[in-house]
Design a protein around this ligand. Structure first.
Ligand SMILES: *Cc1c(COP(=O)(O)O)cnc(C)c1O
Ligand SMILES: [Zn+2]
Length: 409
């Protein structure tokens, strides 16, 4: 069973090593822990040919030892779409859209949730919780149901209507906090301490983020193991960004890609851009945003847990950081839909709008190969674009009245 690999947890700061149990912080220096793999078998590119078309195709690089514990709703292995029309509009020769809107609960959070719930089973837990701005809640609740685990969801009160509906249908225990995501996070930490409830994105975070890592593994595989020049990643807590960097390092170490030296940049909304602000003012620490105010609610994390590590990795990876306004986000959602046929939630608008800014300011050159992450579906946040549709008036059901509506063909 544990034949293919050995896993342990390693401190990001001091390198102390721990057995792979329910633990997320170093006893010595309180820094976060990451999963380390010791593979017993050689991995070559061709082993992936016949693998399942889900994130579990990268089993060797995921922190589960017993395959029977895997909880799989089909997350991952989403399309990497070669953009023609958006690329042309933006002035790029090679642009790819990583379309994670089509995951089982319509965001990339199905990836970390599938891994976190599988790990919870492997650790013998019978319940799991999370703090969420909406997408993680739906993804975790769905995977917990599939696994038969009780699920506790802590969310701030200003969630979008459709996200609440989507979460509710899985019928988890929902605790709505009259405050921000960071308030919910603080209370969840106390619940964890007092009741021993394991939170997917807190207590078992080292395992959870390994799911987020699979996005970049797929991007590299889908490009024939030749990494792009540049990747644009949306950032909330910064977990996806750090996981992207870790994934590239692991692929390089395994010899699956020639080099991990890919430029990876982050995008945040102006109303909540603590990491971008620190980057732009050349600080190594993060000033928390107390009251995030943005249409990109899934990115409204004022105190990003991985913020300082994103700053460090941005330097290692020659990355850039950009923030975009609500109007730029909405325009970018519409632009992506009209050029590529992909309907994104605001987080996707954030990456597309930031990409446009990087290109317009000459920071990304026209001949670079760029991948833009689209991490959630627009059907989760239709209220942002519905005013367009409300103006539509039905026509009389006669052929003649067509003219008054459309003016002619
Ligand atoms: C959670 C989330 C992100 C990024 O989250 P991190 O906390 O930075 O990993 C990006 N896009 C969407 C749609 C999300 O739900
Ligand atoms: Zn340490």
């Amino acid at each position: 069973m544990a034949e293919t690999k050995k896993i342990s947890l390693v401190c990001r700061e001091c390198g102390a090593e721990y057995p792979a149990t329910k633990r997320h912080i170093c006893d010595e220096c309180f820094a976060p822990l990451d999963v380390k793999y010791e593979l017993k078998t050689q991995i070559s590119k061709d082993i992936f040919c016949n693998r399942e078309k889900t994130l579990w195709r990268y089993f060797e690089l995921l922190p589960i030892l017993d395959k029977s514990k895997i909880v799989d709703l089909g997350a991952g292995y989403t399309p990497l779409i070669k953009s023609e029309r958006l690329a042309e509009q933006l002035g790029l020769k090679r642009l790819y859209i990583k379309n994670d809107t089509i995951n089982p609960t319509n965001s990339f959070k199905d990836r970390p949730s599938s891994v976190a719930v599988s790990k919870a089973l492997e650790l013998g837990l019978d319940r799991i919780g999370c703090v969420s701005t909406g997408n993680l809640a739906a993804a975790l609740a769905a995977h917990a149901r599939k696994a038969g685990l009780t699920c506790y969801i802590f969310v701030p009160k200003d969630l979008e209507q459709n996200k609440i509906a989507q979460i509710s249908v899985y019928d988890p225990e929902i605790i709505v906090i009259d405050g921000t995501y960071d308030d919910a996070n603080r209370i969840a930490t106390q619940v964890a301490d007092n009741y021993g409830l394991a939170f997917a994105n807190v207590d078992i975070r080292p395992y959870y983020v390994e799911g987020s890592k699979t996005l970049v593994l797929e991007v590299c595989e889908q490009l024939g193991w030749s990494p792009p020049d540049h990747v644009i990643v949306p950032a909330a807590s910064g977990a996806l960004y750090c996981a992207t960097a870790k994934g590239l390092e692991e692929l390089e170490r395994l010899g699956l890609i020639p080099s991990a030296e890919v430029n990876v940049s982050i995008a945040q909304p102006c109303g909540c851009s603590p990491i971008v602000d620190a980057f732009k003012s050349n600080r190594g620490d993060i000033l928390p945003v107390d009251n995030p105010l943005t249409v990109a609610k899934s990115l409204a994390v004022g105190m990003p847990a991985d913020g300082v590590y994103v700053l460090r990795k941005l330097r290692d990876l020659n990355g850039m950081a950009e923030d975009v306004t609500d109007q730029e986000i909405i325009n970018a959602i519409k632009l992506l839909a009209k050029t590529e046929g992909v309907f994104a939630e605001p987080a996707g608008g954030v990456t597309v709008a930031a990409l446009k800014k990087f290109i317009d300011s000459g920071k990304i050159a026209p001949d670079e190969t760029v991948v833009c992450y689209i991490t959630g579906s627009g059907l989760k946040t239709p209220e942002l674009v519905t005013p367009d549709i409300k103006n539509l008036k039905p026509m009389a059901p006669t052929f003649e009245s067509l003219k008054s509506v459309i003016g002619g063909f």
